[in-house]
Design a protein around this ligand. Sequence first.
Ligand code: SF4
Length: 381
Amino acid sequence: MAKDSIGLYIHFPFCLRKCLYCDFPSYAGKEPLMDDYLDAVKCEIDQIKNRIVGRKIETIFWGGGTPTLFHGEKLKDLLGYIKENFMFSENVEITTEANPETLNKEKLELLKEAGVNRLSIGMQAGQDCLLKRLGRVHSISDVERSVQWAKDLGFNNINVDLMFGLPGQTLDQWMETLAMAVDMGVEHISAYALIIEEGTPFYELEHQGKLNTPSEEVEREMYHKGIGYLKRKGYIQYEISNFAQPGKECLHNLIYWKNKDYIGIGCGAHSSLDGERWSNYNDILQYIKSISNKRTAVEHRQRIPVSEQRFETVMMGLRLIAGVSKLEFRKRFNNDIRHYYGKSIDKLKAQGLLGEDTNNIYLTSKGMDLQNQVLLYFMDY
Ligand code: SF4
């Protein structure tokens, strides 16, 4: 039997400036390391390719950081290198994240020529005052221009990332942001609530009582009104925070939500393969040095017990509106989901938090708001 295809993530840890809420492994002012970094990424590809012999790459996702901070030719060259070293599935989805400030027509053209067929543009908000407050380097007109260029070049799978619950953001501003995204004609919208992460400037401001984020009530209203609006505009909510026109779901993220195997390359990248999980050094220099000394850049590595794999499959799968597929669960764990979680499923159904049909178990809309509470019922089995 052919082995399952997998996803490939490549991390680009460089940004023009650090946004005030961001705790991703991304750094500003490290441009002199960019060429060495790409060389290290190629070396890591060489190191890893023997572990996935016979498996096809179904999706590639360039994330960051800001992949599009690199010159278009360098990105094209890297994609060529990936193609030389891995087998691809037919219709492979190739996404790059893009900061509008770093895009121009020429770069988009090179990305298209190289085979990138999906763009994920960091828009975040539809008002320049909010973008400024977030510390973003781009304006809303940069976003509109980038989407238009991409469409003119024939990209027909464009996502914009949006955030709600921002400091000083009103419900009207959020609805206006969604309307702008819809009017731009993008095929996919990701809408995440702002999370205040420790170690960020926003975290400090929050603790000084100076951040002025909307109340939890208003934030929930933003979420639910947003869902209703996008539904009316023809976007199907297929995951808690993701909305797509029919057939335009993000295949790469579906790999994570279905708890399937993926390889992550680059500093701070995570991998999950054949029941083993590992993550690379976050620090760019440490990553480059380890790889160039022919050593691995892995900082942590662990085998995931099967009981944990089962829980993670439920935890991630319940993020999807369709929920966890009973058939896929049975195929993977050689037993019905009810064999492990029958009592929990029944209790949660009785509370109106979980639904079940012949094929799936899924969160109800009440369950989505109380997801963490729901997951407690699936722990310790
Ligand atoms: S552009 Fe993205 S990765 Fe870079 S600092 Fe801002 S949020 Fe973080």
